[in-house]
Design a protein around this ligand. Sequence first.
Ligand SMILES: Cc1cc2nc3c(=O)[nH]c(=O)nc-3n(C[C@H](O)[C@H](O)[C@H](O)COP(=O)(O)OP(=O)(O)OC[C@H]3O[C@@H](n4cnc5c(N)ncnc54)[C@H](O)[C@@H]3O)c2cc1C
Length: 516
Amino acid sequence: MRFLIATLSFCVFGANASWFWSEKTNIVEDLGPALSKDARIILRGDELYAEAAKRWQWWAAPDVAAVVDVKNEEDVRHTILYAKKHDIPFIVKSGGGGHGSIASLGTAKNAIQIWTKSLNHISISPSGNSATMGAGVNGKRVTDTLWAAKKQTVTGMCECVGLTAVALGGGHGLLQGYHGLLSDQILSLRMVLANGTAITVSETEHKDLFWGMRGAGHNFGMVTELEYKIYDVDVANGKDVWSLEAFVWPATRENTKKVYAAAKKSMNGQSPSYFSYGLVLIMPDFGPEPVILHHVVWNGPLTALKSHTQAFHDLDPISVTEEEGTYPDVPRWMQVDQAGMVCNADRFVPGGGILRFPVDMPDLNVEALAEAVDVFREATTSIKELGASFMMIEQYATNGVTKIDPNNSAFALRSHLLLLAPAFFYPALQQDGTPNTALDDVAFKYGGKIRKILADGAKAHGAYVNYANGDESLEEIYGESWRIEKLKNLKRSYDPENRFGFYAPIPMGDNGHSEL
Ligand SMILES: Cc1cc2nc3c(=O)[nH]c(=O)nc-3n(C[C@H](O)[C@H](O)[C@H](O)COP(=O)(O)OP(=O)(O)OC[C@H]3O[C@@H](n4cnc5c(N)ncnc54)[C@H](O)[C@@H]3O)c2cc1C
């Protein structure tokens, strides 16, 4: 392995980094020799540390003392066993990742971070129906690699997010209307358990764990590789063509009601081709008050999309943008591409925190949404530090999702085609790096209020684990009690010491609380 921490980092940062390690172990000396030639250990203060430990946002961020850039399954095994031997907490961060944003991550202190950046191979099987992928690939790498072979698969909509972490929580993406969630594409997983055992998990091997990994999969072991379903791009029938229209209206109460009454109608028999992504946010080009920015995406040419969006044109938007291209273009149109605004939030608010308060539901209560938007407007216009916040109103096609038996995996929210979430975006860290707790409190006040309005207005609601704030109930995240009981049993079997307990943890006791 390469000792990238080098003498300099020891001289400058050694005292800082070793104050707790030295009591137990020196990671470089004790783990280093067991790792493969190119694996790297990066300590707090090393010049690579900032990139290695970077998070998408900094509220409740994990505290990482050392990063292990693993190159293969053996490196993962050795790191997990080393952490176990010395009772050091560890977390996993995916390749382009670090987007995980849930309160429980913040309980990881002086942790080792296993970084899957280098586990990024993709190979298409001879049948062309699946691909083997390293656990560190992100959405963009998957889409670009497959597209070059006229193939595609379900990934998260944002290019930067990792495939694995998204899929372990269920995972929503543009192609889910056709093929189901990201987790529905998993054929098998190669993973390392907390005791260092490497296993393959599928419908035929460790079937019980395979059930849990698809929906609650951050809790049982570390995935190193996935075998994942892929699909032909039907070019002959024009299925490589995608289009988008983006509409803008001032986010008044009246407009919210009209726009989302129209959106609600579009949910009836929603085509698998149709996805809409609404945002309420302040766009300085349109003045100091929030606007509704409503994107409609369609798998087909613009002319065909327009026959589905007349209702929005009739509502006199102040701006309409049109795009037509191919599937890999879509993220850029919505600024969720690798280089775009959403993937690079930290460029806009350095040390920024983004607190989401998600409410997923099968149907929309337009009155409740309008009330929630009123509260969001009050928060973002009266408190200037919250001015970069946004409220997401995602309307996914669920055709491919609901045709799969909900009991087949741990993902509990299959009928929820709506993902609503205010996301309060503000400087979460003060200049000295300490948390900005006063602003956290304000975000919780408004976020909690909006969440309650939306939840009270919904016939049923949940909280998608990958958007969860962390203060939701287990039932909101993982569903019915039989599911939670099953997850607890899996936890007792596969991770009895709760080593994988930093991401929406599943308690093993009956008190409903994490045993962290
Ligand atoms: C900009 C942005 C866009 C998003 N877009 C979408 C979207 O389109 N669809 C969607 O469904 N969700 C989306 N999300 C939510 C996303 O699913 C979660 O934020 C998810 O945690 C991101 O995974 P990551 O790999 O990027 O993050 P990371 O922080 O690297 O990983 C999150 C957690 O996953 C676990 N994990 C990671 N790798 C492994 C592994 N190999 N084995 C076991 N556990 C592992 C760990 O517990 C880790 O803490 C988005 C989030 C953001 C911030």
